[in-house]
Design a protein around this ligand. Structure first.
Ligand SMILES: Cc1cc2nc3c(=O)[nH]c(=O)nc-3n(C[C@H](O)[C@H](O)[C@H](O)COP(=O)(O)OP(=O)(O)OC[C@H]3O[C@@H](n4cnc5c(N)ncnc54)[C@H](O)[C@@H]3O)c2cc1C
Length: 508
């Protein structure tokens, strides 16, 4: 049996943030992490589950199970939630957070440093010079406005912060240690013991004064639901809320903007350090009764990276200009041969090109939906834990927001003479009828609310009814915004760490 003051379960974005913050906080901290320092297929197989709702990627492809968690392959897109994301919006059922944007402001500043962003300023004014000209033009003088994302390098939190945690004398990290069960005191008010197992068959117990569950939006729910020996429906699930209200961002190519005058934006690399999106102005979304709607307007397919063939061609060309022998010539030629189309198309656009089309990839908010949920299935994993079943449900307001959002973009493009919008026909029929529409953002399954009948955790992240169990990560978000979750979940983790530094048993 291992005793500690605080046990953090999961060493991903949230868990590592809290552990770092509690170095030299006067607490004996134990971090349990399921994986090792590298990807291991046997460990990753523990993340498998069934998806029976809207088509998203397989559950074991949508997160990573080793030290650093899903930050080992995240894209680094960061943007804080806006004040309206925290507000009650009468046309969005179950909207509203118990905290406000101002409560998170100081933590966003610290989260920006943690994720290696330039700073905490995401305003268009700050980044105007880095944005393609389109985003400063007439298209954004009516019902649309630009919003700015900053791009983390992306910070691999395991790699970057491993050394600091190894050096800390008051933080122990146990790898290959899987939480199996949260054991409650018979009085049901506190966690008494955690049962932990290894894939090699080892079993041991931890007796913590307090626990933070930071295993990601699906596993947080899975572990609470699977811990049933004292509470029949699972820990923290007295009101049948654990696992419900699951949200992700549907993201897919949705339309093409055919420009009346070809755009010079083709010449500009859109990525790093910022990436612009187009969104409906807040008052427009309110008047129309819509969720928040956001879309890219980008050139070609190189949303995430330049095509590998083009990169190879460019590097060979640069070496020749420097009269040097190109480094890794064989590898570069192989990349070029494998991607001649990418090299030709992208190269033409960069050097001669003015593009006549822009691609729109949508990334809207979806509404909280009680029936959209994670439950436990009949199958078990190698540790005997029930596998999760994800039933992601999307509703009429989600569909309406996408259709209406696209048609407003089209109308604005026509009104300003920018061009015409060709919306993919299936977007208008059913925007969710394509495979793989998720963004690997797992939100809402342990939602935050002051009232235990409406939320699993309170405004600090403490599970209602339990003195010493906290949840960290995007599972606590009551609504999902249109922005990606990690920047906000790191800010919330920093806030929880401040709370835990002051926390003492019985203090709530
Ligand atoms: C391909 C991809 C791209 C993404 N891009 C972006 C992006 O651009 N911007 C953005 O904001 N977000 C992005 N995300 C989402 C982002 O990665 C997550 O929001 C973030 O990592 C969640 O942090 P977390 O700490 O809650 O969970 P994770 O980072 O997933 O960490 C959870 C940790 O818990 C461990 N664990 C699980 N179960 C147990 C157990 N029973 N016992 C012990 N340990 C356990 C896991 O091994 C893991 O290390 C992306 C995700 C993916 C998959």
């Amino acid at each position: 049996m291992i005793a500690c003051d605080l046990c953090i379960v999961g060493a991903g974005a949230a868990g590592i943030t809290i552990a770092l913050e509690l170095i030299e906080a006067g607490l004996d901290v134990l971090v349990l992490e399921s994986g090792g320092l590298e990807f291991d297929p046997a460990v990753q197989a523990l993340a498998r589950g069934r998806s029976i709702g809207a088509a998203s990627d397989a559950l074991d492809a949508a997160r990573l199970r080793f030290f650093g968690g899903s930050t080992n392959h995240w894209g680094g897109f960061c943007r804080p939630f806006d004040p309206v994301d925290f507000a009650v919006r009468p046309w969005v059922p179950d909207s509203g957070w118990p905290i406000e944007r101002a409560d998170l402001d100081p933590f966003y500043t610290r989260a920006a440093a943690m994720l290696d962003l330039a700073d905490d300023d995401f305003s268009v004014a700050r980044w105007r010079d880095a944005l393609p000209p389109l985003f400063g033009g007439p298209l954004f003088e009516g019902r649309l406005e630009p919003v700015v994302y900053q791009l983390s390098p992306p910070t691999r939190m395991g790699e970057k912060y491993r050394g600091a945690l190894e050096r800390a004398r008051d933080v122990r990290v146990m790898l290959h240690a899987n939480l199996l069960r949260i054991g409650l005191h018979p009085g049901r008010r506190r966690v008494m013991r955690l049962d932990v197992g290894t894939l090699e068959g080892g079993r041991f117990g931890v007796t913590p004064a307090a626990v933070v569950l930071a295993t990601g939006g699906i596993e947080n729910a899975r572990l609470l639901l699977a811990s049933r020996d004292v509470e029949r429906n699972g820990v923290g699930n007295g009101h049948d809320l654990v696992g419900r209200y699951f949200m992700d961002h549907p993201s897919h190519h949705a339309a093409t903007l055919l420009l009346n005058a070809p755009s010079d934006d083709a010449r500009r690399p859109l990525m790093r350090p910022v990436f612009p999106y187009a969104t409906l102005r807040e008052d427009v979304a309110r008047e129309e009764g819509l969720l928040r709607f956001m879309t890219t307007m980008h050139v070609g397919d190189e949303l995430f990276d330049e095509p590998q063939g083009y990169v190879a061609l460019r590097e060979i060309g640069r070496a020749i200009l420097r009269r040097e022998w190109p480094a890794d010539l064989t590898g570069r030629l192989a990349s070029l041969a494998a991607d001649l189309d990418g090299a030709a198309e992208h190269g033409f656009r960069r050097f001669f090109g003015r593009s006549g089309t822009l691609h729109l990839r949508i990334h809207p908010e979806v509404a909280p939906n009680r029936e959209s949920r994670v439950t436990l299935g009949d199958e078990t994993d190698a540790l005997g834990m029930p596998r999760p079943v994800l039933d992601w449900r999307l509703g009429e307001l989600d569909r309406h927001t996408i259709r209406r959002g696209l048609s407003i973009v089209g109308a604005e493009a026509g009104r300003t003479g920018i061009g015409r919008l060709r919306i993919e026909p299936w977007m208008l029929e059913d925007p969710f009828a394509v495979p793989g529409i998720g963004s690997w953002h797992h939100v809402g399954t342990t939602r935050m609310h002051d009232d235990p009948r409406c939320g699993v955790v309170d405004r600090e992240g403490r599970v209602h009814g339990l003195d010493n169990l906290f949840v960290a990560g995007s599972s606590v978000f009551p609504t999902c915004s249109m922005a990606n979750p990690t920047f906000t979940l790191v800010a919330l983790a920093l806030r929880l760490a401040d709370h835990l530094r002051r926390w003492r048993p019985g203090a709530g």
